[in-house]
Design a protein. Structure first.
Length: 398
């Protein structure tokens, strides 16, 4: 039986109260550090795992990875990981009673399976984005979510939602500072030189394992760049757009450079999402930019424009006279409020994770994270079919 993610269900789930008492939030004593385990000690697992160890409310309790070299890297790069159990099977880590919370930082296609197991083990969960690599994986996650322990905190790696500057921008939007908003833009423009050769093979690994080790290059395992990378901006426009998913999408894109390894079908794409009440959200994404980076969102209202980024937020007021330099030159801030980001937004997210567990603060990001992943998949389906695709058609494709 397929799980249908409707707007009504999403709103009801988001508004349902969750009451958690701090003394029951984790297995160890209420005033002690929260033991966390890391499933997947690749590059992202090492990075986020290290950030988690910075919280005085957390302690590394175990690590897990299928591959010995990743275990060694985790022990080296996550402080304290060399002194805790290192498992090869994630089920063993989830059965470890010293593990109260788990970081899931495995290849995208495995997120639903590992989330499902962490739900069954009644752990607090910090799952990297996106929710899955395809619609079926997202539906599997939703079915697992229905069996969750509502006393547990569940976060996803959509860390913009915990950034001080994003939260300030969102408060400006909600207070009406930019007036009525009808257009949202997400720019995900970044990358290095176009690839010209595939990676060196791992010795003694069969072809399927070779692909899993380099899962980001393969659509089956990552969902492709629109799903695995651009989902951050998509999550932000879903959030600022009122916490709802789009009704439909159209899109175009393709390859500017040949793919020497993997099966990406696009390294640039433009997607236009139609939301309720005439609101549009645009995704503009370009890879292989020779080091140039422009990753941000813009929200256009009748009285102003908000611009959000991992590095800053800007509120642009109305320009009454084109003689002002800020009409074309943003170095003049006379008609602009700007605030730089001084914190790593992933650190802000991991800090909120452990602070929330200790405080017993209710938070469950599963529905919105699945919706954002499905929104990315909607854009990919529109791109592939070169026609408008509706939300209901996407869900039926599972």
């Amino acid at each position: 039986m397929k799980t249908r993610l409707t707007r009504r269900a999403a709103v009801a789930a988001a508004s349902a109260p969750l009451i958690v008492r701090p003394k029951t939030a984790f297995a160890t004593q209420a005033n002690s550090a929260i033991g966390f385990g890391v499933i997947g000690t690749g590059g992202r697992g090492q990075y986020v795992g290290e950030l988690m160890t910075r919280s005085p409310k957390a302690r590394i309790a175990a690590i897990c990875d299928k591959y010995p070299d990743r275990i060694d890297a985790g022990k080296t790069n996550i402080p304290g990981a060399d002194k805790v159990p290192a498992y090869r099977d994630y089920k063993d880590l989830l059965n470890d009673k010293s593990v109260d919370a788990v970081l899931i930082a495995t290849p995208v296609f495995l997120h639903p399976e590992h989330y499902e197991a962490a739900i069954a083990a009644r752990k607090h969960i910090y799952c990297e984005k996106p929710a899955g690599a395809d619609v079926a994986g997202c539906m599997r996650m939703l079915r697992a979510w229905e069996k969750r322990d509502k006393t547990k905190r569940i976060q996803f790696g959509f860390q913009q939602r915990f950034s001080s500057q994003y939260l300030k921008s969102y408060s400006y939007l909600k207070s009406g500072k930019i007036g009525e908003m009808k257009l949202m833009m997400s720019y995900w423009v970044l990358g290095y030189l176009p690839p010209t050769a595939g990676p060196k093979p791992y010795p003694d690994l069969p072809e399927e394992e070779q692909r899993i080790r380099r899962w980001g290059s393969w659509m089956k395992y990552s969902g492709g760049p629109l799903i695995e990378q651009d989902c951050h901006g998509i999550d932000t426009i879903n959030w600022f757009g009122g916490g709802v998913h789009p009704l439909s999408a159209v899109g175009r894109g393709g390859l500017r450079y040949p793919v020497p390894y993997g099966d990406w079908t696009t390294d640039h794409h433009d997607i236009i999402y139609q939301y309720p009440d005439g609101l549009e959200g645009w995704l503009i994404s370009i890879k292989h930019t020779a080091g140039y980076r422009d990753v941000k969102e813009q929200f256009y209202g009748s009285r102003g424009m908000l611009e959000t980024s991992r590095r800053y937020m800007r509120l642009h007021g109305m320009t009454p006279d084109v003689r002002f330099k800020s009409a074309d030159d943003l170095r003049d801030t006379s008609l602009m409020e700007k605030e730089e980001s001084i914190k790593d937004i992933t650190l802000e997210a991991t800090t909120a994770f452990f602070d929330g567990i200790i405080a017993g603060e209710p938070l469950d990001m599963t529905k919105t994270s699945v919706e954002s992943t499905l929104t990315a998949l909607l854009g990919r389906m529109a791109l592939e079919t070169k026609r408008e695709v509706t939300w209901d058609e996407l869900l039926r494709s599972a």
